[in-house]
Design a protein around this ligand. Structure first.
Ligand SMILES: Cc1cc2nc3c(=O)[nH]c(=O)nc-3n(C[C@H](O)[C@H](O)[C@H](O)COP(=O)(O)O)c2cc1C
Length: 338
């Protein structure tokens, strides 16, 4: 029987499948269902900086960056009560979840600025969370705001949260840095024990009837895996952190690829939301079968085997691959394919 165990943020996990932050773990029933289905750990849906600051009435100036009107921006924030339970309820959910299930519970804090809100990390630790995921989701829209300032914001938030807790800390980041590898290294130096690649940015849409900008969430598909796959493969062995892949993990093949790139765990949200948490058991079984067939003894043995350091063609992750990809495309001679 292949050994599926892995480690992530100092936690021993029975397999590499983690339920990514989503409404699936919004309450105890959902959390129990995920454990029963075979998830190795659960990331709770995020508690947002805006929710904490709303309570303390201390909104950091960064929230108004690039918005025409600060007051209008505040009005746009939704009531999040139906998404998570608010700051107090969130801490209760952590402690109740710890009572209810045996798998690790990773709390998620979501914000962009420095400020008192980051102290909430300590409260999450005190409530019993096994680790913390910090999701930094920022859209820099001000033409006067240089990339270096944005990158420093990320580092500052990580440092603040790091200083608040002893727990291991993962940082969920976007793929949109000029130098992803450098920024990843800075985050590790600032205290990140793990990196979660990548945040999925939801693009707003236009409602042509109401002439309004509207939120529009489309679940992912497996094609989206390739972006985090590439970057974990590049960063594995270069930056001394654990890696989680999120975005586009839907099948056992996706999980196997994530591990081979160098991920400690693969996180799933869309697949479980669309097809039910029962998918976890199927994916675990299929992984086991594949590993038996290809004679892998353990996930640990497989991890990083397709990383840039270990493949025969390291250039496959770089510019050369771009040129090769373009070159490999063969237009349909009949012109009918599209
Ligand atoms: C409905 C929904 C709610 C989500 N809520 C959160 C959240 O609270 N915090 C967070 O960091 N990510 C959140 N995510 C992002 C997921 O955790 C995950 O990173 C993303 O969906 C990409 O993974 P996937 O391809 O498996 O869906 C949410 C995703 C969905 C679809």
């Amino acid at each position: 029987m292949p050994d599926l165990t892995t480690t992530y943020l100092g936690l021993s996990l029975k397999n590499p499948i983690v339920s990514s932050a989503s409404p699936l773990a919004h309450d105890l029933d959902g959390i129990r269902r995920l454990e029963d289905a075979g998830a190795a750990a659960i990331v709770l849906p995020s508690l947002f900086e805006e929710q904490i600051n709303e309570e303390s009435r201390q909104i950091d100036h960064f929230l108004s960056y690039g918005t025409e009107s600060f007051a209008e921006a505040l009005n746009y924030f939704p009531e999040m009560g139906s998404y998570n339970t608010g700051p107090e309820g969130y801490l209760n959910l952590i402690s109740q979840a710890k009572e209810a299930v045996n798998i690790p519970i990773i709390a998620s804090l979501n914000g962009i600025s420095r400020g008192g809100w980051t102290q909430y990390a300590r409260l999450m630790e005190q409530a019993g969370a096994d680790a913390l995921e910090l999701n930094i989701y920022y859209i820099p829209t001000d033409p006067g705001l240089p990339g270096s300032t944005v990158e420093q914001m990320y580092v500052d938030v990580v440092r603040d949260v790091r200083a608040s807790i002893l727990l291991q800390l993962a940082v969920k980041i976007s793929p949109y840095f000029s130098s992803t590898a450098h920024q990843a290294s800075r985050l590790a130096t600032a205290g990140a024990d793990g990196l979660v690649l990548f945040n999925r940015f939801y693009q707003p849409d236009f409602d042509l009837k109401k002439l309004e900008v509207v939120p529009h969430l489309v679940l992912s598909n497996s094609d989206e895996l390739r972006l985090p796959l590439r970057w974990v493969a590049i960063l594995y062995g270069c930056i001394p952190v654990d890696f989680a892949i999120t975005s586009g993990v839907h099948t056992s093949e996706d999980v196997l690829k994530a591990v081979m790139a160098g991920a400690n765990v693969a996180m799933l949200a869309s697949e479980l939301l669309a097809n039910g948490v029962g998918r976890i058991g199927v994916i675990v079984d299929e992984m086991r079968q594949w590993m038996e067939e290809y004679e892998y003894e353990s996930v640990a043995q497989m991890r990083g085997s397709m990383s840039q350091r270990h493949v025969a063609e390291p250039a496959a992750f770089e510019r050369a691959n771009y040129m090769k990809t373009l070159h490999s495309f063969r237009p349909d001679p009949t012109g009918l394919r599209l």
